[in-house]
Design a binder for this molecule. Structure first.
Ligand code: UD1
Length: 363
């Protein structure tokens, strides 16, 4: 029997670990699977609701780390996670994505000579000003098994000198969750709750520090939202960081009444809004992939994407960090200039099972 601890910390981690948990459960004669929640995200609507929606069990360990500067948050996770590793002595630590908890836990495991699997390895924006890019590069360097979601990941890892034997192209666990929960999400009443009509609204999420930490960028976000909302109603579930800054600069009251603000919403309600929208405007990583899978038009307001397949093959429009360009592209799309997309290779709902098989064979 091998013991595996999977780490979750922030919102985008939960939907990646849920399918892995299901896959490991199918192998419970071979694997004992435990979940450690660092507490990087702690609000009910940033964390607990996802455990319920994604049918995840209560975490086996909760580190309760919370917010802080990058150094504080990363260091605190390391100190607490090391205690768990000393006590539990797992055979493998699984980390997903690129948040601070990902690098903190992989670094802790590496120093104790515990093997690490990184799920969603190899993605690169080549922008070292993004905290996530630092987390990705470093986590990949110290991981033993690297599971890749798209071909660009394979190339990036080889270019960084990582041995091909450690790298596996298995598909996308976030899409596993999407495929698995789409039917359940159809029962959500989110559209009704926000008084939205099918395909007749725009869904917005914005939370990257580069977009929402400066007053100037926030002002251009407000201008863009007010302008687009003259054509379609906007639903904007607002991240705590974005809300705090809109309040700080007294901009939150400048949004017009067709921009519907809501608290962050759970996974199933969000899937329902995503599936039924005509257009998404975002700076998220995962939403670029989910819209590509669903064939929904997506405007990504960032200079780069670490997920180039969503632009090359999918329905993603990368417009730079310029909200006037986002507005212009939104107008074109709402006037019918749609991009046709295809689903990328291996985004088929079966990534977690492949990963679990490889892990069992390797451990
Ligand atoms: C983190 C990830 C980012 C991911 C995002 C998804 C890093 C470096 N960044 O960014 O990659 O896309 O999560 O949300 O790991 N806060 C709350 N309640 C919470 C969590 C946070 O109010 O439950 C507030 C706090 O004021 C905190 C701020 O949001 O200071 C930012 O949280 P933090 O975890 O530092 O980073 P995110 O911006 O959420």
């Amino acid at each position: 029997m091998k013991k595996i601890i999977s780490v979750v910390g922030a919102r985008p981690n939960f939907m990646k670990v849920a399918p892995l948990h299901r896959a490991f459960l199918k192998q419970k004669d071979k694997i004992q699977h435990l979940i450690c929640h660092t507490g990087q995200h702690y609000d009910e609507n940033m964390s607990k609701i996802f455990f319920e929606d994604l049918e995840l069990p209560k975490p086996d360990f909760y580190l309760g780390v919370g917010s802080g500067s990058h150094a504080e948050q990363t260091a605190e996770v390391m100190i607490e996670f090391e205690k768990i590793l000393h006590k539990e002595k797992p055979d493998l630590v699984v980390v997903v994505g690129d948040v601070n908890s990902t690098i903190a836990c992989s670094l802790t495991a590496a120093k104790l000579h515990i093997k690490i699997a990184h799920v969603e390895a190899g993605l690169r924006s080549f922008d070292r000003e993004m905290p996530e890019e630092i987390n990705r590069v470093l986590t990949d360097q110290i991981s033993d098994y690297l599971f890749v979601t798209e071909r660009s990941g394979l190339e990036n890892l080889i270019n960084e000198g990582i041995s091909e034997e450690k790298v596996f192209f298995t598909g996308n666990v976030m899409i596993d969750s999407l495929v698995y929960f789409l039917e359940k999400a159809a029962a959500s009443d989110a559209l009704k709750k926000f008084d939205l009509l099918d395909s007749n609204y725009v869904l917005v999420t914005l939370h990257r520090p580069s977009n929402v930490d400066s007053e100037k960028q926030l002002q251009s976000i407000v201008n863009m939202l007010n302008s687009v909302s003259q054509k379609r109603k906007i639903i904007f579930p607002i991240h705590p960081r974005t809300k705090k800054n809109l309040e700080l600069y007294s901009l939150i009251n400048k949004l017009n009444s067709d921009v519907i603000l809501s608290e962050p919403i759970g996974y199933l309600d969000f899937l329902s809004l995503l599936r039924n929208t005509g257009l998404v405007i975002t700076d998220s990583g995962g939403i670029q992939e989910e819209t590509t899978y669903l064939g929904i038009q997506c405007i990504t307001v960032r200079k780069t994407t670490e997920r180039p397949i969503t632009v090359e093959k999918g329905t993603n429009h990368l417009v730079g960090d310029d909200f006037r360009m986002a507005e212009k592209t939104a107008t074109e799309i709402l006037n019918g200039r749609l991009k046709n997309g295809q689903i990328p290779d291996l985004w088929d709902g079966n990534a977690a099972d492949k990963i679990s098989e490889i892990i069992i064979a390797k451990l």
